[in-house]
Design a protein around this ligand. Structure first.
Ligand SMILES: [Zn+2]
Ligand SMILES: [Zn+2]
Length: 417
């Protein structure tokens, strides 16, 4: 029995035309991050599951419901990474990158994995480009990242970016806020989903991030943490806002953003466009590096959803001409095939994209292919051309043709391609 395999639910093939958009998004992010001193690292796609349970947070949706965990042959409990930050922190400590200089900046790009319902553009394997800034407690670091995020999208030509920021304070602010929120949740229990009812016991702050009840919290005027900040956190948040205003970055304060991760402190932020989910999000996580076994080190970072960014690029980008500009058509003869093969290589080596030769097709069939391919030029190589060391160059639009010496063809094409 022949079995035709299909891709696993929630995974996607990124086909060549789409991949160009992925590369554009990733390369733009990488270039702009590097300009600000973020150094790229590439980390394993699986780690000990404990790293994420510990860092991302035991009661987060990501760890509780969405993490791909498995045992390897030695019975180690491993997980496909659901997000990038814990791995960066682990690598930072494991490689003692903290000893060289008190401030470090890293960027990364790669696949992440979450077992989510594959709807509304959610994928079980998805791509993120992110950056992390360690060692700077001042809001200039938070502001730098928000600016960087804004600049990446501007540079990708995505307009109408909506940046929302909030502060979720430090553990001290949260202790104050917790009782207010608990009172609210308890008095509105019946209106909230089953998950939120569990969250009341386990992690009330997480309720604000509920995908089902998010609207209700706004409508019911749920208490917000930004009104319960301690003096230090309030000062930090005010300074961040003033830096962003200074830099003329448009933003709004949304007191209901808490982000679905346990490790955030103080600043959290998201970017989206009208009608989209968050396409890029991040925040400060001053407690995480210590929690992972390091010295107390302030940190802030964000991750850009490459797939969602590509969706926006796809909507605005007209398909580019992806046809190689030169198509080589030959007579089916051994020495001509060899000559054409070498010619194709030398064109490609000079950055001229080329299709052919296709010696298994008849000369006529090749000419038909050249017609339908939409290339700008066809190069024809036959007996006459080989004998005179030349090639026939046909301009497909103007329907004109000329004979060009083989040694001149690259210059000729470069001036006209
Ligand atoms: Zn605080
Ligand atoms: Zn809920």
């Amino acid at each position: 029995m022949k079995h035709r395999y299909q891709r696993v639910r929630g995974t996607y093939d990124i086909l060549p035309e789409d991949l160009l958009l992925y590369l554009k998004a990733e390369e733009t992010a990488r270039t702009m991050m590097k300009l600000r001193g973020y150094k790229e690292i590439r980390l394993p796609t699986f780690e000990e599951a404990g790293l994420f349970i510990h860092a991302t947070g035991e009661t987060t949706d990501i760890v509780e419901k969405e993490m791909y965990t498995f045992k390897d042959k030695k019975e180690r409990q491993l997980a496909l990474r659901p997000e990038g930050t814990p791995g960066v922190v682990r690598a930072y400590l494991e490689n003692a990158l903290n000893t060289a200089f008190p401030v470090s900046k890293f960027c990364y790009t790669g696949p992440m994995f979450r077992y989510e319902r594959p709807q509304g553009g959610r994928r079980r394997e998805f791509f993120q480009s992110g950056c992390e800034y360690f060692g700077n407690p001042h809001p200039v670091a938070d502001a730098e990242l928000i600016l960087l995020m804004n600049d990446i999208y501007a540079s990708l030509g995505i307009s109408g970016l909506i940046i929302e920021i909030n502060s979720i304070g430090c553990p001290e602010c949260r202790a104050n806020y917790r009782s207010q929120l608990l009172a609210f949740l308890n008095s509105n229990k019946t209106q909230l989903c089953a998950d939120c009812n569990t969250r009341i016991e386990k992690n009330p702050l997480r309720a604000l991030d509920c995908k089902l009840d998010r609207e209700k919290f706004v409508n019911l005027n749920a208490p917000v943490i930004s009104k319960a900040l301690c003096a230090d956190c309030a000062g930090h948040f005010a300074a961040l806002q003033s830096l962003l205003q200074e830099a003329k970055v448009p933003f709004t304060v949304n007191p209901y953003i808490v982000r679905g991760l346990d490790y955030y402190t103080k600043t959290v932020f998201e970017a989206k466009v009208q009608g989209s989910d968050a396409i890029c999000a991040g925040g400060r996580y001053d407690g995480l590096i210590k929690l992972a076994g390091g010295e107390e080190t302030p940190a802030v970072g964000f991750a850009m959803g490459v797939d969602r960014t590509v969706n926006l690029l796809r909507a605005k980008t007209a398909p580019e001409a992806k046809t190689p500009p030169v198509f080589i058509v030959i007579q089916q003869e051994e020495k001509i095939i060899k000559n054409a093969f070498l010619l194709a290589n030398s064109l490609a080596g000079n950055n001229i994209a080329v299709a052919g030769p296709y010696p298994d097709k008849s000369f006529k069939a090749q000419l038909r292919l050249a017609d339908s391919a939409g290339s700008k030029y066809t190069l024809i190589l036959g007996e006459n051309e080989i004998n005179s060391g030349s090639v026939t160059l046909k301009d497909m639009a103007g329907k004109t043709q000329e004979t060009v010496k083989q040694e001149d063809i690259i210059n000729r094409l470069k001036s006209g391609v």
